[in-house]
Design a protein around this ligand. Structure first.
Ligand code: NAD
Length: 519
């Protein structure tokens, strides 16, 4: 469990393990100090005004590796002031020049990708392969935002009436902010700021207080890429910082990613002060397997979806529905594959699943597993066993069978490596069940039938659909986000549409009268 502490006596695992930031980078860096994470405001690394700290814990060892300050309203005010000041000049920099900094950042992130991935694993626990994916996705967002000169182009028509022309241009609006979750320490902040900044806005990021280190190292690279002071700022913290961002009069819009209750809170608080908001919340994802689906690849893909990143993904499969004759082979395949998963420290190459983020997260998942058993589900693979000797927050893949719509585990987000197996007679029954969920992030169908896939795409509610794909994550050039209690707002994250979130469309209608006799 992350614990709040004012003590300086936190035991660090070792200087080297904290400094997976390389020793060279560490000595030259002002950003990362081994004990306390710093804010980045107006191009300077500065101490937070907060007096409380959260331990940043390596979930594979349960040891504290740094301290993250819980920032204050005053920290936010200073960052927003810097961003507001920088906006006056940044908005006048041509887009083609703004993106040169992003091209340099892309090169720096490529050069440092392995170091970033190791840092991500160290503070989050996911495997190195998964962390490399996390960093790759972040880089792809930068690549997409490098196209901003053409992405943000407007529209125009001549002669909308006789002799009258009309032009619509997309203009930056000012300061934007993002509040991000623990589960993708590298990627999620990049869903937002590259698009905001490339389109001429300035930015304040509040990363998760549980995983601030990857972003600290990335901000060092942003600085090295030549980003002007104040264009992008970072304030660490929790509730107080979030509420200050949501209510600050000089912030134009807020992007949020995290659990549904906080997403709702951010949406309500920030829209109440007139801001644009896109708030991405939690999920409950169903995967439906038809009898005609290819058996081996479907089993492998379904299990990977549920246990990848230890189940801590908003696109993770949770309830796995075998339709009719698909069920027996699906159950047998999942049980045998789940037993073969090798858990451990994500830095070890042979490990294919890391720990959960915290003891508290683990206890939540254990409680949900128990509730399912109490409500009549059968435990086929008990991931609670065989982890007692490990220091970290480990849970092995767990397989439950006989899960039914009324069980808590069928309704609540688990965010852990738990396969909830269920059976329906028909595809219609499976679609009706998944559509009854309060969430609408993603769902997948496994089949060899185009007609079944078309029906599924047409009738299933969630906004992101997979067909024979377990984690249908849209790439940087598409947009990302769900519906129902998985998303609050209208414009989704990244992709071309995100420019609409970060710009105001200004329309000019013009007519000119001839006042010369020489032309
Ligand atoms: P979280 O809601 O606990 O925290 C997210 C952010 O909100 C953090 O920066 C945190 O500091 C802040 N926060 C937490 N409690 C707060 C409060 N009471 N008031 C104000 N701010 C608060 O989420 P998490 O545990 O970091 O992330 C896991 C959740 O994120 C899961 O529900 C997952 O589904 C969701 N998620 C969704 C998506 C998506 O695309 N929909 C993507 C990733 C994660």
């Amino acid at each position: 469990m992350t614990n709040t502490s004012n003590s300086d006596n936190i035991s660090f695992s070792s200087r080297e393990s904290v400094g997976l930031l390389t020793p060279e980078a560490d000595t030259s860096s002002r950003g990362f100090q081994p004990t306390v994470v710093q804010n980045y405001i107006e191009g300077q690394w500065v101490s937070s005004l907060g007096t409380e700290y959260v331990d940043v814990i390596n979930p594979a060892t349960a040891k504290a590796i740094a301290k993250c300050p819980l920032g204050t309203q005053q920290d936010v005010n200073t960052a927003v002031k810097a961003a507001q000041k920088a906006f006056q000049t940044w908005r006048q920099v041509p887009a083609i020049d703004r993106v040169q900094i992003l091209f340099r950042l892309k090169a720096l992130m490529e050069e440092n990708a392995e170091e970033l991935a190791r840092l991500c694993t160290l503070e989050h626990g996911k495997t190195l392969v998964e962390s490399r994916g996390d960093v790759r996705r972040a880089i792809q967002m930068v690549e997409m935002a490098c196209g901003m000169p053409s992405i943000m182009m407007g529209q125009g028509s001549e002669d909308i009436a006789a002799g009258i022309d009309c032009y619509a241009i997309k203009r930056p609006m000012g300061v934007f902010a993002a509040i991000t979750p623990f589960n993708f320490p590298a990627m999620v902040p990049f869903w937002f700021w590259p698009f905001a900044v490339a389109s001429g806005n300035t930015f304040v990021l509040k990363p998760s207080e549980r995983v601030p280190l990857t972003q600290v190292r990335i901000f060092e690279l942003i600085e090295k890429a030549g980003m002007p002071a104040g264009v992008i700022n970072m304030v660490h913290g929790s509730k107080e910082v979030v509420n200050a961002l949501c209510t600050h009069p000089d912030i134009q819009g807020v992007s949020f990613v995290g659990s549904t209750p906080v997403a709702k809170h951010v949406y309500q608080t920030a829209t109440a002060t007139g801001k644009r908001v896109q708030a991405l919340g939690g999920a409950k994802n169903f995967m439906v397997v038809l009898p005609d689906a290819p058996q081996d690849s479907s089993v492998k893909t379904v299990l990977e979806s549920v246990i990848g990143c230890a189940g801590e993904r908003c696109l993770a499969g949770s309830v796995i529905v075998g339709v009719d004759d698909a069920y027996p082979w699906l159950e047998a395949g999942i049980v045998s594959a789940a037993k073969a998963v090798n858990i451990g420290d994500g830095l070890e190459p042979q490990v294919n699943m890391g720990p959960l983020i915290s003891q508290q997260a683990k206890e939540r998942v254990l409680e949900l597993i128990q509730s399912a058993i109490d409500e009549g589900a059968k435990i086929l693979v008990d991931g609670r066993e065989g982890v007692e000797h490990l220091d970290g927050f480990f849970l092995k893949p767990t397989v439950l069978a006989g899960v039914t719509p009324n069980m808590r585990i069928a309704k609540e987000e688990v965010f852990g490596p738990v396969v909830c197996l269920a059976q329906t007679k028909t595809l219609d029954e499976a679609i009706a069940w998944l559509n009854s969920s309060e969430y609408g992030n993603t769902t997948s169908l496994f089949t060899a039938s185009g007609a079944a896939a078309r029906k599924f795409m047409y009738e299933a509610d969630p906004s992101m659909i997979g067909v024979n794909i377990g984690v249908p994550a849209p790439m940087a050039f598409f947009s990302f986000g769900g519906c129902k209690n998985s998303f609050f707002g209208d414009v989704k994250a990244h992709g071309k549409v995100s420019v609409d979130f970060y710009t105001d469309t200004k329309v000019t209608v013009q007519r000119w009268f001839k006042n010369s006799s020489i032309w």
